[in-house]
Design a protein around this ligand. Sequence first.
Ligand SMILES: *[C@@H]1O[C@H](CO)[C@@H](O)[C@H](O)[C@H]1NC(C)=O
Ligand SMILES: *[C@@H]1O[C@H](CO)[C@@H](O)[C@H](O)[C@H]1NC(C)=O
Length: 248
Amino acid sequence: MAASPSRCAWAVVVVVVAALLASEAAAGDDTNGVYEPCADAMVQRGDGFTFGVAFAGRDAFFSGGVQLSPCDSRLSLASRAQLALFRPKVDEISLLTVNTSAAAVARFDLASSGGYMVAFAGRKYAARSSPVFVSNSSYSVTSFTLVFEFKKGTLQNLYWKANGCSTCLGNPSFACVDQSCAIKTSECTSKGGKVDCSPGIQLAFSGTDKHEAVLNSWYEVSRLQQYSLVGLFSNLKDSLTSQFSMFF
Ligand SMILES: *[C@@H]1O[C@H](CO)[C@@H](O)[C@H](O)[C@H]1NC(C)=O
Ligand SMILES: *[C@@H]1O[C@H](CO)[C@@H](O)[C@H](O)[C@H]1NC(C)=O
């Protein structure tokens, strides 16, 4: 068997995914013809960019102590992980959700699929984030920020930016897990509670595109974060964010 990552060895699990785009719409067409998350793309501002998020137990992302890309067949994730695919526009601030209440129909359960997620894209460059805690039977994190770092249009790095716990500190329905607010899973609709605990992933882009134009949505997000990003995503407000007002 070849040790290098081969074609993405996924049986693509259907999860219901909604992407809401905000911020300035980038002009122009999508010039990126790469739709596979396990292939290399070179992008410009406004292109679509396909990436995947794999949900599994933390250990499932490692082989021999080394974290491999979920595209690497040595992990054999196809049999023990769930996959969500997204195609946001490069350098547009976007909020993605994995609708777990609708997906429950498709037997998609974050906690039972292992509770961690890894974002990934590319083959030769094989960028992957570290595994981040999403949910277990005690706690669920519902808000994430994922930063894409491009260099001349090629993805170099993907990382989660913890949102901090200042908004939930001292609230008995929450705990601070890995520097992010985590709600008690018993408050989630899947467990008979009132909150839709579908994870929301806010995207930001940094670095340069293939024409060396600077991607700056990360700058905007980090500046905005001291206020509230909620207003940017007014469509999602009712379904994902205003429900938390019952706790505050
Ligand atoms: C998830 O799907 C359910 C059922 O289709 C819907 O009622 C709910 O509003 C959706 N939630 C989000 C966050 O899109
Ligand atoms: C759930 O995750 C939290 C944070 O990582 C941990 O403290 C807790 O022990 C876990 N609970 C269970 C039941 O695994």
